[in-house]
Design a protein around this ligand. Structure first.
Ligand SMILES: Nc1ncnc2c1ncn2[C@@H]1O[C@H](COP(=O)(O)OP(=O)(O)OP(=O)(O)O)[C@@H](O)[C@H]1O
Length: 511
């Protein structure tokens, strides 16, 4: 069956005679599955069943083994022990990636799997060529991805001939998800943290589409650290801890706290932002960074001021100029920007500009602090090692200091990049949505870390796509279409207020 020949809607629907009866047949199962990498036991004996037509939510801390399990269930990696079955058939352990048994199991990855140098259509051809014609494949791939993106993410703004490299993170994520679902038969769609880089509208559209898929009998496995989101979408929730599934329950009747406790929380409400920071009047702080009436590159007359020891938030819908403000503060080359002191930057796109993939965790972590720790220009290895140890412990970076950076789970890589910025002596730390993919408990620790660092005099400018996080800031600028549309301080900062201001006078929701 060719993608090109299919009507817009049911591109990935199983042929009607081939549909799963509604009776929730298992599509994929894992029994006592183990997987070890060197000394790391990533999976320690997993039992899991994914049934036709359901959304199964999978939650667990960073490094719990979720992505590893997904790679095994999608046939991308063999397990060491245990049994995987697909549609009731046991799959031999030596099957190669992409084997026929797993063709109807597709995965949208947490770190997008797209080739940056190729266009969107070319990427689609690579991963979905089995259901595209060989002749005029470029046109067919373009049409297929365009249709799928239109269905999944109305107003997505992606053009099939765009090079992936030139797309925003959100758009790359959309293409990644569309890519995964472009196949002639889809029994199981695995979504690994699909909404971490998407705006709220795109996330809503995605979940609408998920419902359409499950109504046709496709199973969807959703991994996310956004527990509320999982509970609102999933029929069932499985909880992973230390490489095993420790709970598997219907989502109905579970609360966010229940799930956090199942994940191993010691406290029932770790997402509580804690007491609102004391709003020190902005005028009382010496200004260490300032943007004055900045225009150009998507900004219109934007003024932003950062005081010493202040945590300043940049909020609003995604892509409204927050990254441009951070960029100006990071590279203050224009006359409209003043920054006193040194800076550190946590980029939003860790794969593109955060992770040094050939280096170890220790090297990635210490690279910016190294100079400050050196004496007379000579590196002090013992001090560096002590600093690395303390950050690895403090942020519970699973994998340890000597691991290669790419051996870490996504959330643990993110923790290293955040630690890198705070381990430095920078006076101003710029954070671009820094906690993407980080589990709830670590996030809570990181919020405290930001407040502690500010109390010690460090300034932070923090863009977050999660409005609730802005409650940890002293002041928040809300941006819309490259303009500051509100400045909130102290008690005025609330999720509701930010949302109201973000949407006021505008119903547009750029991705
Ligand atoms: N290729 C690899 N080489 C070595 N260790 C690995 C590899 N892939 C995963 N691991 C280790 O296996 C464990 C589980 O990682 P996995 O990525 O499955 O976790 P996760 O639950 O998906 O985490 P996150 O929420 O951060 O994405 C981690 O300790 C990780 O460091």
């Amino acid at each position: 069956m060719h993608v090109d020949n299919l009507p817009v809607g049911p591109l990935a629907a199983p042929p009607s005679g081939d549909r799963e009866p509604t009776g929730a047949q298992p599509v994929v199962t894992a029994r006592q599955v183990t997987r070890t990498y060197g000394r790391t036991r990533a999976l320690t004996g997993v039992d899991l069943e994914v049934r036709a037509g359901e959304v199964l939510g999978l939650v667990g801390h960073n490094g719990a083994g979720k992505s590893t399990l997904m790679r095994v269930l999608a046939g991308l990696e063999a397990c060491d022990e245990g049994v995987v079955t697909v549609r009731g058939q046991e799959v031999p352990r030596d099957v190669r990636p992409g084997a026929a048994e797993f063709r109807a199991v597709r995965m949208a990855y947490q770190e997008t799997s797209l080739c940056p140098d190729l266009t969107v259509a070319e990427n689609i051809w690579i991963s979905s060529r089995r259901c595209l014609p060989r002749l005029r494949w470029r046109r067919a791939a373009s049409a297929a991805v365009q249709r799928r993106l239109d269905e999944m993410f109305p107003g997505h703004g992606v053009v099939p001939r765009d090079r992936v490299e030139a797309l925003t993170l959100a758009r790359r994520q959309m293409v990644e998800i569309a890519r995964a679902s472009l196949v002639d038969r889809l029994d199981l769609l695995i979504l690994d943290e699909p909404t971490e880089s998407l705006g709220p509208d795109a996330a809503r559209s995605l979940y609408d589409h998920v419902r359409t898929l499950t109504a046709r009998g496709t199973a969807v496995l959703l991994i996310s650290h956004r527990i509320r989101e999982v509970l609102s979408v999933a029929d069932r929730v499985a909880v992973m801890r230390d490489g095993a599934v420790v709970a598997d329950k219907p989502a109905a009747g579970l609360s966010e706290d229940d799930v956090l406790v199942l994940m191993g929380a010691e406290v029932a409400a770790p997402a509580d932002p804690g007491p609102a920071p004391a709003a020190v009047p902005a005028g009382d702080r010496p200004v260490i960074a300032e943007l004055r009436a900045a225009s150009g590159h998507g900004l219109h007359d934007v003024s932003v001021r950062v005081g010493a020891g202040e945590v300043v938030g940049l909020a609003g819908l995604a892509g409204q100029g927050q990254q441009e403000v951070l960029e100006r503060l990071w590279r203050p080359v224009r006359k409209d920007t003043t920054v006193l002191g040194s800076r550190a930057y946590v980029p939003g796109d860790r794969q593109r500009s955060g992770v040094l993939p050939l280096w170890s965790v220790a090297e990635n972590l210490i690279v910016t602090a190294m100079r400050g720790l050196a004496r007379y220009g000579v590196r002090r290895r013992a001090e560096e090692a002590a600093a690395v140890r303390s950050w690895v412990d403090r942020l519970a970076i699973r994998g340890g200091a000597d691991a290669g950076m790419t051996e870490l789970s996504g959330g643990n890589q993110q923790k290293v990049i955040v630690a890198r910025a705070f381990a430095s002596t920078a006076d101003l730390v710029l954070l671009d949505d820094p906690f993407r993919g980080v589990d709830v408990h670590t996030k809570t620790d990181l919020y405290s870390l930001i407040r502690e660092e500010a109390a010690n005099g460090r300034s932070v400018v923090w863009h977050s796509s999660e409005n609730a996080e802005m409650a940890h800031c002293d002041r928040v600028y809300v941006l819309r279409a490259g303009r500051v549309v509100a400045e909130l301080a102290g008690e005025e900062i609330s999720e509701e207020r930010i949302i109201a201001v973000s949407f006021a006078e505008s119903t547009e929701a750029p991705q």
